[in-house]
Design a binder for this molecule. Structure first.
Ligand code: ADP
Length: 429
């Protein structure tokens, strides 16, 4: 009772950006395709017994690559992941997501800070001693083994579990992943989706405290990706295993996660629930990165109680003005942000009506996206599918004041989504 076998599957790969990733104890014979993309080798080692505490804490973590020139890939990042939470790290390519995940796995040394898994600081602890299982973009299955063998191999190699127990675990994981009738096939005879399920099943049989997923759905077609998103969520709900998931796809992050950590240029921009990230972006980067089409932004100057933009003026209500005055600290240059669904066509005589030219109407079924132009500034408006204003003419539109964001022009901080005390520390929570 209370004892756990701990395993880690560590991989190496040459990423598509030609960066050489950490290699540990290569044992597999990757296919040419694997080698081209990023696959991989694996080790699985029995580690002993630890109590299963699976919250994860990232404390002022930093990674500097001693390349020429030196690269600061992760810069003083701190956040916590609760036991059983599904946290997604999202950001553009090169922002440091994989480096952070590999540091949690132990595949990269940490230049500064502390990583804890449960109550153990794991800096300097070997990957195989960290009680995590990692699933990679290119699955890293042994091509010469059946799916069953791929899933059971690690347990057979590294534990003294009886064969019957291993068989049961494999069967159960395969059923969970819906691949129980594919177990006797080799990876080459499986579809991308099936390989992905086997790779995930292989992580499940290890019963780790933490799952680490590095862009696991990137190689699947759009429809399958949508389906697998749901499957992985259901799986995580069922197992309750702490999960850290890396993706560059903001939509994937928004739909799958309990919380999202948005990262850019190695620094944490914001961490919060999908709702918080979408509705209260802390800065312009987050506002722009999350949402499609992205938030509309317009440079404005605050003059008395009016925001003056190019081609429009917006008179602030007393409420909004008092909030702006409280946090503006004398600044009057801002970027006004508003999401497409928070703009509507005017109903006639109402305040703050803005004239915009409708260039294109894009129907997407339930909604229409209107591509408009306000004095040369692009503006996306989302209206219900039944609303079909005429193209190539001027229309009057209205911003919903409740959903206006104001970002300081100087540093991009959203003064309407921040507590004053947090304004001083823009990058990290
Ligand atoms: P992401 O996963 O967000 O695409 P990475 O974590 O892979 O980003 O990379 C972050 C930064 O670190 C990038 O600038 C990348 O080029 C750099 N980098 C990654 N690995 C190495 C390495 N082994 N040596 C030098 N620079 C690296």
């Amino acid at each position: 009772m209370g004892q756990y076998f701990l395993y880690l599957s560590a991989y190496c790969y040459v990423g598509t950006d030609s960066t050489l990733q950490v290699s540990r104890a290569p044992q597999s014979t990757p296919t040419a395709r694997d080698l081209h993309h990023c696959s991989v080798t694996t080790i699985i080692t029995p580690l002993g017994y630890y109590p299963c505490m699976s919250d994860v804490s990232i404390e002022n973590v930093r990674k500097v690559y001693d390349s020429d020139p030196e690269v600061v890939a992760v810069d003083d990042v701190s956040f916590e992941i609760a036991d059983g939470e599904f946290l997604t790290i999202v950001g553009p390519s090169g922002s440091g997501k994989s480096t952070l995940l590999r540091m949690i796995a132990g595949l990269e040394d940490i230049s500064g800070g502390t990583i804890r898994i449960g109550d153990r600081a794991v800096n300097g602890i070997q990957p195989q001693d960290r009680d995590v299982a990692m699933v990679f973009q290119n699955y890293a299955l042994y091509p010469h083994m059946t799916a069953r063998k791929n899933m059971s191999y690690g347990l057979q190699l590294t534990t003294d579990l009886p064969d019957s127990e291993i068989d049961d675990r494999v069967k159960e994981a395969a059923e969970m992943m819906g691949v129980e009738d594919q177990l006797d096939k080799r990876p080459g005879n499986l579809s991308g989706g099936q390989q992905q399920r086997i790779a995930t099943g292989r992580a499940i049989v290890r019963e780790p405290s933490v799952f680490l997923f590095d862009e696991p759905l990137s190689n699947l077609d759009a429809k399958l990706r949508l389906h697998m998103r749901t499957e992985l969520q259901q799986l995580q709900d069922k197992l309750g295993t702490t999960t850290i998931y890396v993706t560059h796809d903001q939509e994937e992050a928004m739909t799958m996660s309990d919380r999202i950590a948005v990262i850019d240029q190695g620094t944490l921009q914001q961490i919060g629930t999908p709702d918080e990230i979408y509705h209260q972006p802390k800065n312009l980067f987050v506002a722009d990165f999350v949402g499609s089409p992205p938030m509309n932004t317009f440079e404005v100057t605050l003059s008395d109680s009016t925001l003056v933009g190019s081609g429009f003026e917006y008179e602030l209500s007393e409420d909004l003005l008092s909030h702006v005055s409280q946090y503006a600290e004398g600044i009057n240059e801002f970027v006004l942000g508003i999401r497409p669904e928070n703009i509507r066509l005017a109903n006639g005589d109402e305040p703050n009506v803005i004239s915009a030219h409708l260039d294109v109407r894009e129907p997407v079924g339930s909604d229409n996206y209107l591509h408009m132009d306000i004095d040369g500034e692009e503006c996306w408006v989302r209206v219900p599918g039944g609303v079909t204003p005429e193209t190539n003419r001027e229309h009057e539109i209205v911003f919903d004041e409740e959903h206006i964001h104001l970002f300081r022009h100087s540093d991009g901080i959203n003064i309407l989504a921040q507590e004053k005390s947090r304004l001083e520390t823009p990058a990290n929570d």
